[in-house]
Design a protein. Structure first.
Length: 267
């Protein structure tokens, strides 16, 4: 007989897969696109998929609370579900096949329990439960064992905080000589999952939200990695503004480079 955690995990996975099917059906089709801000788009699929996820999980778990990107819900409940219905909206809107559904699962007092991230174009399902490891399509994943200099790393410019671009560029310039190359893919959740799977050696970003990272950080930690903020404190999806993730040695090396550079670091 399945226990409560198994039922929760299976339900979240099933919901993410169905939500991904909706996104895949709409990808590169005609749909409404609006601007939330000067550089931030929203499509009808963001709201449609979020509504679908919340409806499905509310039925399955009547006492649940939600933290979600496109609407405000009650954030008190157990489980607490942190949802990004379409991480990588700008990619989706422009026809770039790099986006995903992300659902993080927490207890009512905001302790992590599980994470699910689904890339519907590549049909890649990442999932993890605390204490049970991280998986891609059912196969265990782990952060890379390669030296930092032999890895690709990922980042993003803080498009919502354009006054921070020069600062982030300085941080980037201190890291660049230490790595093979840098990628900017446009989905924080997938960047973290790719780091968890050893595809990237490190990922860092400033100006992210809980729904961008909640599921991915659970996966990353279960894959053997660490998640800190730029000041070196443990990353908290609900309070941290910055994030750096990867194998412990890589994260510590990058933080050391930044500290030695004298550039101001913000948590």
């Amino acid at each position: 007989m399945k226990n409560t955690d198994e039922i929760l995990m299976n339900t979240v996975i099933s919901t993410a897969l169905k939500a991904g099917d909706i996104l895949r059906t709409g990808f590169r089709q005609r749909f409404e696109v609006e601007q939330k801000s000067a550089h931030d788009l929203i499509t009808e699929y963001d709201t449609t998929v979020q509504q679908f996820i919340v409806e499905q999980l509310s039925k399955a778990f009547p006492g649940a609370g939600f933290v979600a990107e496109e609407e405000h819900f009650s954030t008190k409940g157990d489980p607490l579900l942190v949802i990004d219905p379409l991480d990588g909206t700008n990619n989706f809107a422009m026809g770039i096949p790099q986006f995903c559904v992300s659902i993080g699962v927490f207890t009512g007092d905001r302790q992590p329990k599980a994470g699910v991230v689904y890339n519907p174009v590549l049909e890649e399902l990442y999932h993890a439960q605390v204490g049970k490891g991280a998986y891609l399509n059912g196969e265990p994943i782990h952060v890379t064992q390669e030296p930092l200099k032999d890895t690709l790393i990922a980042t993003a410019l803080p498009f919502k905080f354009r006054d921070k671009v020069d600062w982030i560029t300085q941080l980037l310039l201190h890291v660049y000589p230490e790595v093979m190359d840098i990628r900017r893919l446009g989905s924080a959740a997938l960047d973290i999952c790719y780091t968890a799977a050893g595809i990237f050696g490190l990922y860092f970003e400033y100006g992210i939200n809980a729904w961008d990272t909640a599921a991915g950080v659970c996966l990353l930690r279960e894959a053997g990695g660490v998640a800190l903020d730029f000041s070196g404190q443990p990353y908290d999806p609900f309070t941290s503004k910055s994030i750096v993730v990867g194998p412990s040695a890589h994260v510590e090396r990058v933080l050391h480079l930044w500290r030695e550079s004298g550039v101001q670091l913000e948590g």
